[in-house]
Design a protein around this ligand. Structure first.
Ligand code: ADP
Length: 243
């Protein structure tokens, strides 16, 4: 038993781990499992929802590396931790505070971090609603902090829309999340659908503060974008990236 399993009632967590036979709706994600986690076979835990929302490992690494190289953060806040795909990669570079509403996902994230040999002292998990938690960690503004958010897009149906509005994020619109994050730091990164409304995004840009958008391509197709706000040092060379 690893320490993660002490986090909650293991039997409750166990019931949420997806294992073969894989439900039909998740088969395409299962077939992609080694892109999600190269160490998948060492025992990665994902619940149903996380199969389609976890950030693929190379994408998560690339985001963490770009942020670290350009801004040398002392602290990263991962505002929607899920099962830990992004947190694992950030924690390779600096200490992380990971926020997540669902305690089952936190238990899974802790387990997954251990597989990637991230010391548990490197990541502080805080269970709760993202806005409540952001309000409660004002101390983070004393550090060179970056807030990364990969908020719920509303499930896979986002891709059917011609344009994805920032108001379609759930449970909070992008504007609410951005303003709350901005109270702590102007350095904000958001992982958003490939079809995000660029005009809406542009409203967060000023002459002084440009937005750098990285478009992650997979097998030649755009999969998702990462938007870096007030972080003009993020290299423009990451702007179009094959992963
Ligand atoms: P998607 O719609 O992209 O599939 P999810 O619904 O999986 O995204 O949500 C991403 C993560 O955000 C999940 O782990 C979910 O538990 C978490 N989450 C959702 N709402 C909140 C919230 N209000 N505060 C903190 N975490 C949240």
């Amino acid at each position: 038993m690893s320490e993660i399993e002490n986090f909650g009632d293991y039997e409750t967590i166990e019931k949420h781990i997806i294992r073969p036979p894989i439900p039909n709706a998740l088969k395409k994600y299962w077939n992609n499992r080694y892109n999600l986690f190269s160490r998948f076979d060492e025992g990665i835990w994902l619940d149903y929802q996380s199969w389609y929302s976890v950030t693929p490992e190379r994408v998560a690494y690339s985001i963490a590396q770009s942020i670290f190289e350009s801004h040398k953060p002392e602290l990263v806040i991962d505002a929607f931790s899920g099962c830990g795909g992004n947190t694992i990669q950030f924690a390779k570079f600096c200490p992380v505070i990971s926020i997540e509403l669902d305690p089952i996902k936190i238990a899974m994230a802790k387990h997954n971090l251990a597989i990637y040999e991230i010391p548990s002292s490197r990541v502080t998990f805080i269970q709760g609603d993202v806005l409540d938690v952001l309000r409660s960690i004002d101390f983070a503004s004393q550090y060179r902090t970056i807030i990364f958010m990969s908020p719920p897009w509303g499930g896979p149906s986002y891709s059917g829309k011609s344009t994805y509005s920032l108001n379609d994020l759930i449970p909070y619109t992008f504007d609410i999340l951005y303003k709350e994050a901005f109270r702590i730091t102007p350095y904000i990164a958001a992982f958003l659908p490939k079809n995000t409304d660029i005009d809406e995004l542009a409203q967060y840009s000023t002459d002084k503060n440009r937005i750098v958008v990285t478009n992650f391509l997979y097998e030649g197709y755009s999969k998702a974008i990462c938007c870096y706000f007030n972080m003009k040092n993020v290299l423009a060379s990451t702007a179009l990236q094959q992963v």
